[in-house]
Design a protein around this ligand. Structure first.
Ligand code: AP5
Ligand code: MG
Length: 212
């Protein structure tokens, strides 16, 4: 099964993608996580991506598309995957579509996790992330067992550089301009499904399970 998670920054794409990936035993592929891992390791790609990410801007399509296509060509993606944070622009969606077409494949579902902008800024300031394994917490909604420490791998948790309120505003603007048009794109393909992302996390997951 090939699934795309759509939604504003902080809508809960990553949270739900992890749950779906676990349930169906398919990889969770997040371009944001790939970029953050590269930044952490000080790679050239990471340094380039960071310039854009810190401002809340999108990393250029050219860079992003290559990384994503390489990732989904790996053996563990053979039976499907959950894409989180990709595609984020119409050109990215078109490239993905073409690549899948060549293989005689297509996306099964694009799940739009719908959360109004008002809720987003509040969520982001409470988020804490593990840059080592990609786990995400929220100081109120999903606190780690031990403050500041990742339950999964024991690394220190951080507030992402791009989760500062002024950057979040920028990310929302970029989302509405460049990513929201994908809702029409996948509606036209007949694969778009929308869930109310303001509900409790488990309720959002239940709604997604009903769709899948
Ligand atoms: P990326 O890492 O993809 O960030 P994003 O889309 O801005 O989304 P987030 O990861 O911030 O939010 P999320 O929807 O995953 O929410 P989460 O589950 O964590 O991208 C970062 C940057 O990388 C981009 O700005 C761009 O520069 C670059 N980039 C990445 N992909 C790119 C691409 N394809 N093209 C170009 N550039 C790209 O949840 C948020 C918080 O809320 C958490 O604390 C969570 O615990 C909590 N929460 C989740 N669900 C609920 C709920 N139901 N109720 C209460 N709290 C909840
Ligand atoms: Mg995420």
């Amino acid at each position: 099964m090939k699934i795309i998670m759509l939604g504003a920054p902080g809508a809960g794409k990553g949270t739900q993608a992890k749950l779906i990936a676990e349930k169906y035993h398919i990889p969770h592929v997040s371009t944001g996580d790939i970029f953050r891992a590269n930044i952490k390791n000080g790679t050239e790609l990471g340094m380039e991506a960071k310039k854009y990410m810190d401002q809340g801007l999108l990393v250029p399509d050219q860079l992003t598309v290559k990384i994503l296509l390489d990732r989904v060509a790996q053996e563990d993606c053979r039976n499907g995957y959950v894409l989180d944070g990709f595609p984020r622009t119409i050109p990215q969606a078109e490239v993905l579509d073409e690549a899948l077409n060549k293989l005689g494949e297509s996306i099964d579902y694009a799940i739009n996790v719908d959360v109004p902008d008002e809720n987003i800024v509040r969520r982001m300031s409470g988020r804490r992330a593990c840059l080592k394994c990609g786990a995400t917490y929220h100081i109120e909604h999903v606190p780690p067992k031990k403050e500041g420490i990742c339950d999964v791998c024991g690394s220190g948790l951080v507030l992402r550089d791009d989760d500062k309120p002024e950057t979040v505003q920028n990310r929302l603007k970029v989302y509405h301009e460049q990513t929201q048009p994908l809702i029409d794109f996948y509606t036209a393909k007949g694969v778009l499904r929308t869930v109310d992302g303001t509900q409790d996390m488990q309720d959002v997951f239940r709604a997604i399970m009903e769709i899948l």
